[in-house]
Design a protein around this ligand. Structure first.
Ligand code: NAD
Length: 326
């Protein structure tokens, strides 16, 4: 039986990855500061621990792992990453996690480690035009990420590849672009736009107004969680190291994202533009490299992904409002 360690197994993508690896027949160990919020972990064992602590990390490797998946990071949506208020913690915490995970993996003789980087590594100057952002992998240098989160991810990519060169560990690096779906954070300040917007629509009364940060003409692409996990697994099983984009290449404006949720909910709503952190003007995944190397492309349409996400968030919102009434 193959064995895997998933770091960040209590988070959105990590908890879905655990489920996938279990279906593939792995023995899965999970570690995180917290257990998954919305369903029980399927991991065979789950350690509640802080990956900033090198001794705690070392203790995870008292059993052998064929594959390590490193998804733990101090992260959130635009309201958490792009205000500047959390920069020191974001950089400090995530760098420590990556230093510890790499050192212990090498010491324990792990063959393969996956690292989740981000589209936030791409230079701001290539993402000023909302209709034509350039996020081809090779465009990352000269570097000018628009956030400290992006700089940390870029530094850590380099850290992983240095370990690959000097310590002979097989490293796989993916740059995720806005992954969304059920069981992702949708409130509390760390939620990202597809979940935040679904919550606002679910909470709104018919004929109400939904707040959108900025003019809403900024563009993004959104990848459904199941597609993301399949791509990660394909990358890890391949002989390609990356870094490679894992994202959707279907660009949509934030205004149109909101309108899609209006249609899905059946509510008659209007957009109210307010000031707020927006990040770059446009961002889209360039999927040429991943298609060439892994023959992977997203399978779930944006409409279907948004519908499944809305249905799940709507259930959560209804559940918590009926609890409050009791
Ligand atoms: P998430 O916040 O849901 O998951 C990250 C997990 O890491 C959390 O459960 C958190 O508790 C855990 N963690 C943080 N600090 C820790 C510590 N010191 N010790 C132990 N655990 C710790 O985020 P996610 O959306 O599942 O993202 C997973 C990875 O993918 C992250 O590295 C993130 O930067 C990257 N990523 C995600 C997206 C996206 O759209 N979701 C986009 C780009 C990159």
């Amino acid at each position: 039986m193959k064995t895997a360690l998933v770091a960040g197994a209590g988070g959105f993508i990590g908890s879905h990855l655990v489920k996938y690896l279990k279906k593939e027949g792995y023995y899965v160990s999970g570690v995180d500061l917290k257990e998954p919020e919305f369903s029980e972990t399927l991991a065979d064992d789950f350690v509640l621990g802080d990956l900033r602590d090198p001794l705690m990390v070392e203790s995870l490797f008292d059993k052998p792992f064929d594959e390590v998946y490193q998804l733990a990071a101090d992260m959130g949506g635009a309201g958490y990453l792009f205000t500047g208020d959390n920069d020191a913690d974001v950089m400090h915490n995530s760098v420590l996690i990556n230093l510890n995970m790499l050192k212990s993996s090498v010491k324990a003789g792990v063959n393969k480690i996956f690292y989740s980087s981000s589209a936030c590594v791409y230079p701001e100057f290539n993402q000023m035009d909302s209709e034509n952002p350039n996020c081809v992998e090779s465009s990352v240098y000269p570097a000018q990420p628009d956030s400290e989160y992006g700089w940390e991810k870029l530094f850590s990519e380099r850290l992983y590849f240095s370990f690959m060169r000097n310590y002979n560990i097989d490293v796989k690096v993916a740059r995720f672009h806005n992954v969304f779906g059920p069981e992702g954070t949708f409130d509390g300040g760390k939620e990202k736009v597809p979940a935040a917007m679904a919550r606002k629509v679910a909470e709104a009364d018919d004929f109400g107004r939904i707040e959108v940060w900025g003019d809403g003409n900024q563009t993004r692409s959104f990848l459904y969680i199941d597609d993301c996990i399949e791509a990660v697994y394909k990358l890890v099983q391949s002989d390609f190291n990356g870094p490679v984009n894992i994202g959707s290449d279907q660009l949509i404006s934030i205004n149109d994202l909101a309108k899609s949720y209006f249609d899905i909910s059946g509510k008659k709503l209007k957009i109210k533009h307010i000031e707020g952190p927006q990040g770059v003007r446009g961002r889209n995944s360039d999927n040429n490299l991943i298609f060439e190397k892994l023959k992977w492309q997203p399978q779930v349409s944006l409409e279907r992904g948004l519908t499944k996400t809305y249905e799940w968030i709507n259930e959560q919102v209804r559940g918590s409002s009926s609890e409050k009434k009791r």
